[in-house]
Design a protein around this ligand. Sequence first.
Ligand code: SF4
Ligand code: SF4
Ligand code: SF4
Length: 120
Amino acid sequence: MSKYFIHLNQKRCISCKACEVHCKVKNKVPPGAKLGQLVSLGPVEKQGKPSYVSMFLPCFHCENPWCVSACPTGAMTRREDGIVYVERSLCVGCKACVLACPWKVPQWDELNGQVISKFI
Ligand code: SF4
Ligand code: SF4
Ligand code: SF4
């Protein structure tokens, strides 16, 4: 079970993706990578109007994280407070964590040949 999550109110979300943009800018995320992904399904018709179903997929900071188990160097780490993050000095860029996470949360930083380090 996840210790931390971001609640998205489906009734109010209009799938504009401004949250994705803000996350990228605030965390200086390199091109092509996203720390939080807004996934939209649709449009579907709802009460005669086009509507989307949206899900926000940041890291869930899983209690038994697949990404941490898969990492051969200990770079992908779960802190005592439950935060999962990458210790960049230990990352050898093998991408095992990218493959292990069911939601594809760990993001590849093409510029530096590593997984990006901030999942908070
Ligand atoms: S996409 Fe993000 S910023 Fe836009 S309405 Fe939905 S939650 Fe808010
Ligand atoms: S990267 Fe994926 S598997 Fe790892 S803690 Fe986050 S959501 Fe869980
Ligand atoms: S890419 Fe880095 S953080 Fe991910 S499994 Fe490999 S060494 Fe660990």
